[in-house]
Write a protein that binds this ligand. Structure first.
Ligand SMILES: [Zn+2]
Length: 94
């Protein structure tokens, strides 16, 4: 069961990027899209599209979004795992 984890995590990380950052192909930078409390967009650009670096920005500057993201990732991973297991069980029944 633990072996599935690594494969399942990858698509979640990509979704994260789409939700909180816009990647500028020309400048090769990801621009943070999170709205701040003063109704302005953060707009900080991170010189990468590496999900780990983007997550670090969230961790340091947008704690609430970061926590939200982490719990959602965990939920999605668990849900997928459950679906996989359900599939395996169903297959074994026939
Ligand atoms: Zn930001």
């Amino acid at each position: 069961m633990g072996r599935l984890k690594r494969q399942l995590l990858q698509p979640d990380i990509i979704k994260v990027k789409v939700k909180y950052f816009l990647y500028d192909e020309q400048k090769r930078r990801s621009v943070c899209q999170i709205e701040l409390s003063n109704r302005k967009t953060c707009s900080v650009s991170v010189a990468t599209k590496n999900p780990t670096n983007l997550k670090n920005h969230l961790k340091n500057h947008h704690r609430a979004e970061y926590e939200d993201l982490m719990s959602r990732e965990a939920e999605e991973t668990a849900a997928k795992k459950q679906r996989m297991q359900a599939g395996i069980v169903a297959a074994k029944c026939y």
